[in-house]
Write a new protein. Structure first.
Lengths: 277, 69, 385
């Protein structure tokens, strides 16, 4: 059986991330999700953006395209359409995925491009020093909201759901087995799949908002979670401030390429060649 | 009767950043760690092989190996 | 060679050129005066097994182009100045990552929305310097509908050969101009295909980048069953791994410029008229070429020794050909639908005391041959300008 290390550039460790950062837990889960499926490395393409989590590709021994901040999803759209046989994985942070790249996220979900987006949401821009992002909760202290954040944050999963994503799920690094299983299910969904991992940044967000060290921060994060099965019987009031985890949406629908390919196939059987301009 | 399993826990000090996640969250308190130190498997006999330490280690620095008795 | 004569506009000829060159992926966002390229691509591409996708903006369009190219498709987009502004971010990514792609800029008046969508040639410097950081760029510019076809093919070939994004700087006049052109299927040797690693390069030995010369490494597509590959917009080494150390930053920056500037002779294309006996020359590019041709013919009919150099390649500037003109004529007139963007570049090469004057127009109307003649006459009458 394949080992997750087979998909990694293991000799490049130790990695760039801070002590206790959840990104490494997600990296291992991504590599292990490949191993669990026994994928051929050549059949996987990973697109990453900019930010701490954008460095994921540095440690993976697969096809990797490291792009600009926020543009991982449109670049991955090009790959997924140009070679529909590839398993396309897109790794982003909350800045990449839901802030500078927020528009790309909703359009990618709407188009139903066949790829799996993994968003590590640690509520802040870690790489630039912990400024607030589009998911930072109201009231939070960050480097640029020193008196408490006045904006509410996006619920990334609801955003993707509303935009039409066929598979949406959420988990935390406290539950590494669930990350693996959800990424695997996302990759096995033909179409747009989103897995949001509520991540920990003990260096910036955790420290400023009194989450404590890495271990206690993971524990506190876990205490905030509610499995989706349980959440369905809870009131909106009870769910206030809680993180609903598990598979939130699973409603397969035909992906963009499949629909477009039908047009290509139809035209290839049609008589007559070039349409007049 | 099923044989009891034993586990060997290894720490890779090259990769470990001493974040404390493994020792803090070990369900059987197998690991102990002082601030500024690496985790140590002080109660390996209590290990149930759940591998949560390995999977939760952000730094690929801890491994759990089955040693059949 | 199979070909057909068609009476079509420049924008359509560009799409025909792209398809003939092997392009099979388009990502873009509609903008006048380029939209016919998107519309016709949407009609034609699925008929040849290709894909058209309309993205949410020009930023994502450029990103999708690069993604499709990395997966092995020849990819293109069409836009105008406001869209080019948005594409700069991922144009830089394409340059640093060395990803072939073709960007068709059908220029219009600016800045911003400007006098939408009157013709202009104001994007010359944006094309050269729009992306931040030191780099070089290839840009071609058609002056006829036939050149829309021919230079689009060249743009794709240069993109593949030099593994870089290439501009086609058309403009509203040429894009919407109708002429009779020959659209033809290309011979295999007229098409540059994506360079693949040599047979004897094993998967372990393959490196996606090279910096030991002025030509790029081969580029197997993502999904190759033999090679894994890697592209990045971060300063990287041969493996495509982030390597921001001084000596590496130095060599990568020099390489990205050298691979174009030091291959200028191969990249630069020009057309000349009467340069053997010319005492005055018009140096032109794009739509202004047509006005200058009219001026040249009128002056020649009057016995004036006027010649012309058309820059089909505008980046890198055809320095050798421009120097040859500057060193052999007394006066050079540079007509442009901008305030002198090419003229300034031409002056950089003027080590010969040649009088370089400008005929500019930025009111959304084409330069007339009479304006060019007037500028020439003034230059002849007054000494230094």
């Amino acid at each position: 059986m394949a080992n997750y290390k087979d998909y990694m550039l293991f000799e490049k460790l130790p990695h760039t991330w801070c002590a206790g950062c959840g990104h490494g837990i997600i990296l291992q889960a991504i590599a292990d999700a490949f191993a669990m499926q026994g994928l051929d490395k050549h059949d996987i393409a990973l697109v990453s953006g900019i930010g701490c989590f954008g460095r994921v590709d540095d440690y993976l021994d697969i096809n990797c395209m490291h792009v600009t901040h926020g543009r991982a999803l449109p670049a991955a759209t090009g790959i997924a359409l140009a070679n529909p046989e590839l398993h396309v994985l897109v790794t982003m942070g909350d800045g990449d995925g839901a802030t500078i790249g927020g528009n790309h996220l909703i359009h990618c979900a709407r188009r139903n491009i066949n790829l799996t987006a993994v968003i590590a949401n640690n509520y802040n821009y870690g790489q630039t020093g912990g400024q607030y992002s589009g998911t930072t909760p109201a009231g939070s202290i960050t480097a640029t909201s020193p008196y408490g954040h006045v904006e509410p944050g996006f619920d990334i999963c609801k955003l993707a759901e509303a935009a039409g994503a066929p598979f949406v799920a959420r988990t935390t690094p406290y539950n590494p087995m669930q990350i693996r299983n959800l990424i695997k299910r996302g990759m096995q969904t033909r179409g747009f799949a989103l897995i949001e991992v509520m991540d920990t940044c003990p260096t910036h967000y955790g420290r400023l908002n009194k989450f404590g060290d890495a271990g206690p921060m993971l524990e506190k994060l876990n205490n905030m979670t509610v499995p989706v099965e349980k959440a369905s019987s809870m009131s909106g009031e009870e769910l206030e401030g809680r993180i609903v985890t598990g598979v939130l949406t699973d409603r397969p629908r035909e992906d963009y390429y499949t629909r477009y390919k039908r047009i290509i196939d139809r035209l290839s059987t049609e008589k007559g060649s070039v349409p007049s301009a | 009767m099923a044989m009891a399993k034993k586990f060997n826990i290894s720490i890779n000090t090259k990769n470990c950043k001493q974040c404390g996640i493994c020792s803090y969250l070990c369900p059987k308190e197998v690991l102990e760690q002082k601030v500024g130190g690496y985790p140590e498997a002080v109660r390996p006999e209590a290990c149930i092989g759940c591998r949560l330490c390995e999977m939760r280690c952000p730094d690929f620095a801890i491994g759990v190996e089955v040693v059949q008795e | 060679m199979r070909g057909e004569k068609r009476f079509i506009e420049g924008n359509i000829a560009i799409v025909e050129g792209a398809i003939a060159a092997g392009a099979r992926f388009y990502a873009g966002y509609p903008i006048s005066p380029s939209s016919e390229i998107a519309e016709y691509s949407a009609r034609l591409l699925p008929r040849v097994g290709g894909l058209y996708i309309q993205m949410e903006d020009e930023i994502s369009s450029m990103a999708a182009l690069l993604g499709a190219s990395v997966a092995g498709k020849k990819a293109y987009t069409a836009t105008s100045g406001p869209g080019v502004s948005l594409m700069q971010e991922n144009l830089g990514l394409g340059i640093m990552s060395e990803i072939p792609a073709v960007i068709i800029d059908v220029q219009r008046s600016g800045p911003s929305t400007g006098a939408a969508t009157k013709p202009a040639q104001g994007d010359l410097m944006q094309a050269r310097w729009g992306a931040h950081g030191d780099h070089s760029i290839i840009a071609l510019s058609p002056a006829s509908v036939q050149e829309c076809f021919d230079l689009t093919v060249c743009a794709f070939n240069l993109a593949e050969k030099y593994r870089t994004p290439v501009y086609l700087l058309a403009d509203e006049t040429i894009g919407h101009l109708r002429e009779t052109v020959t659209i033809r299927e290309l011979e295999p040797d007229e098409i540059v295909s994506r360079k693949q690693p040599a047979e004897d390069v094993g998967p372990e030995d393959f490196r996606p980048y090279r910096y030991d010369g002025i030509m790029p490494e081969a580029m197997p597509p993502f999904g190759s069953d033999r090679y894994l590959s890697r592209t990045t917009g971060s300063t990287h080494d041969e493996k495509g791994e982030f390597r921001p150390v001084p000596e590496n930053i130095h060599r990568v920056t020099h390489y990205l410029t050298d691979k174009i500037e030091k291959n200028a002779e191969d990249i630069c294309m020009t057309k000349g008229w009467y340069l053997d006996d010319a005492e005055t020359a018009f140096i032109t590019w794009g739509c202004a070429t047509r006005s200058a041709l009219g001026a040249m013919e009128q002056l020649r009919a009057r016995g004036e020794k006027v010649g012309m150099l058309q820059l089909q390649t505008v980046w890198p500037m055809p320095e050798k050909e421009i120097r040859s003109v500057l060193s052999s004529v007394k006066t050079v007139v540079v007509p442009e639908l901008n305030l002198g963007q090419a003229a300034g570049e031409i002056r950089k090469f003027n080590d010969y005391g040649c009088k370089v004057v400008q005929a500019n127009r930025v009111d959304g109307i084409l330069i007339s041959p009479e304006q060019i003649i007037r500028v020439w006459k003034e230059a002849e009458q007054h000494g230094e300008l």
